[in-house]
Write a protein that binds this ligand. Sequence first.
Ligand code: ADP
Ligand code: MG
Length: 680
Amino acid sequence: MNEKAASFEDGVIEKFEEFINKRYLSNLSTALNTGMHSLIVDFTELDKFDPELTDFLIEQPEDAIKLFQSALKRIEMVPEDEELNIRFSNIPESKRILIRDIRSKHIDKMVSIEGLIRQASDVRPVSRIITFECPACGTKIDMPQSGTTIKEPTVCVNCGRRGKFKLVDKTLVDTQRIVLEESPEQLASDAQPRRMSIFLTDDLVDPKIEKKTVPGSRVIITGIVKEIPIVDRGTKSTRFDLIINANNIEPSEKEFDEIELTPEDKKIIEDMSKDPLINKKLINSIAPSIYGYETIKEAIVLQLFGGIRTKRPDETNVRGDIHILLVGDPGVAKSQLLKYVSAVAPKARYVSGKGASGAGLTASVVKDEFLKGWSLEAGAIVLANKGICCIDEIDKMEKEDRVAMHEAMEQQTITIAKANIHSTLRAETTILAAANPKFGRFDPYRPIADQIDMPPTLISRFDLIFPIRDIPDKDRDSKLAEHILSSFRKPEKLVPEISPELMRKYIAYAKRYIHPKLSKEASDEIKSFFVGLRSQKSRGDEELKPIPISARQLEAMVRLSQASAKIRLSNIVEGKDARRGIRIMKYCLNKVGMDTETGELDIDRIATGISTSQRNKIMTVRNIIRELESRYGANVPLADVIDAAKSKGIDESRIEEIIEKMKRSGELFEPKHGVIRRMP
Ligand code: ADP
Ligand code: MG
């Protein structure tokens, strides 16, 4: 080593030692006394102390850290054999780069990136330093390892021999691989987020830190860019993958709603909130290119503002998110509406149930190609935590997702236990979903659960369900045509009254500062609506009474009215807010919860897929079969059942449908054609 380099290195060691002595002695002693493996140094402080040190650190991080470690050794309180990691926090945002901008020129440099953890593997021991022995002179050579393949010495440092060396010892270090993904607000509107593999080692995989590195968390990683050869069927190829060896991982302070609000913004928003036409303006600013659907758009506006998440004294949570499902005929702009919302809402994601490959919607356990273990991967709903997830064609989602979706929509967590990975991920995500009817078109006479390929238990977790039907209607059709055609002729007419940017700010303001409480008047309104509906008269007392509405809808109305108060930036939910929630709820119930046979509201049409009038008919058919059994024995002719049911006023097509249902549920089977038999 030449003299100039040596004196530069000495200079670095001296300066760093001085820095520690002046600023970090107490941190150092805490690190040593509490048995932590790392000293965390504030980058900005070091930069202020001596910018040359930080420049050197960024340009040649591995060398710099080695010298810094030598400096630590000189300090009295550090024991001889102590190998502390030196980790850097608080790298200024100006030094941060985007995953998509990392190039080969960054190799071996220190970078800082921010993103969402998409995948986290289980922790495995990996060798960090492997000791080789020269077969000629017996010299031991330590080789630091950073990639996935073993790095051997090429020449003996003592005798200069080239060739094979003997592996004699290795130091293992706990390693975890995470995959970091760019967060949505870093992306241009339609770009796909880029990803990067990050390796965490030693105390960065400590169980205490592991909690912050669950998939879905937002973190800042500081680390050194490394290239690793892509291993192609056992042979090293000339292609390389870039990874980052993490020096530090910090939770990002930035929450979803960290949209900056200047005093001017606040003033504008406060003025807007007093405008008597604000609701209309907000509604008109949702997807102006889509004609009609006022109530749906109104519901979406309320959804964007959201209700209030409430923690009850018994530690249970009631979600504040309003989930909405659109079910409808093809070509009625469902997808278009979802796309629009995902583009204007903060922290939004658009996924298609069909195309949500890999981790799908919720979470999954996948093989980790690097560490050869398992990795937990977050799906769209986890990655949109605290935001909104627009799920198109939700009826086509994967089977595995269906189970996890139940938990995601109500408890707002996703628990996964597979391979040796057990984890609970947060999913405080609002869901706006669209589904196509099973039979192509929506049929208002059938219960909704019959028509969507989704479990009724899941369907009933939506606060609001809007069926959209494409029925020819001369008047509406001509207006729709006019609207669509004018969007081609004069697209400028479709500029929303409230720009998406202002809308985002408005939502952020309301979410951050406004937490409205239910007034007595509002609570009375909702209560009397609820009780009034529940006590509605039913004809025929011995029949099962339909349940028109359940506690779920009650909570939904509270959320809707809270959102309505938020729009006014009011901390009190007033009677008019409650009435608005009730009106929207009624609109939906009338469309999907109405029993078309009786004209009564019946929540079982949503919650179980069988309406009460149908349930009554099932009972009738069941009794008929029992009676016929006494005449025929176990095998009952189908024709007799149909005749008997017809005489009780059930029409033939219904009877067949009911028998079909009973067969599907396993209650009946058909031992031979035209004969049915009850399951013993
Ligand atoms: P879906 O997902 O419901 O099958 P799409 O969102 O793909 O339907 O819509 C099909 C096309 O029809 C889109 O280009 C959409 O803009 C247009 N369209 C349908 N209904 C409307 C409407 N009410 N207003 C404006 N455009 C509409
Ligand atoms: Mg579609």
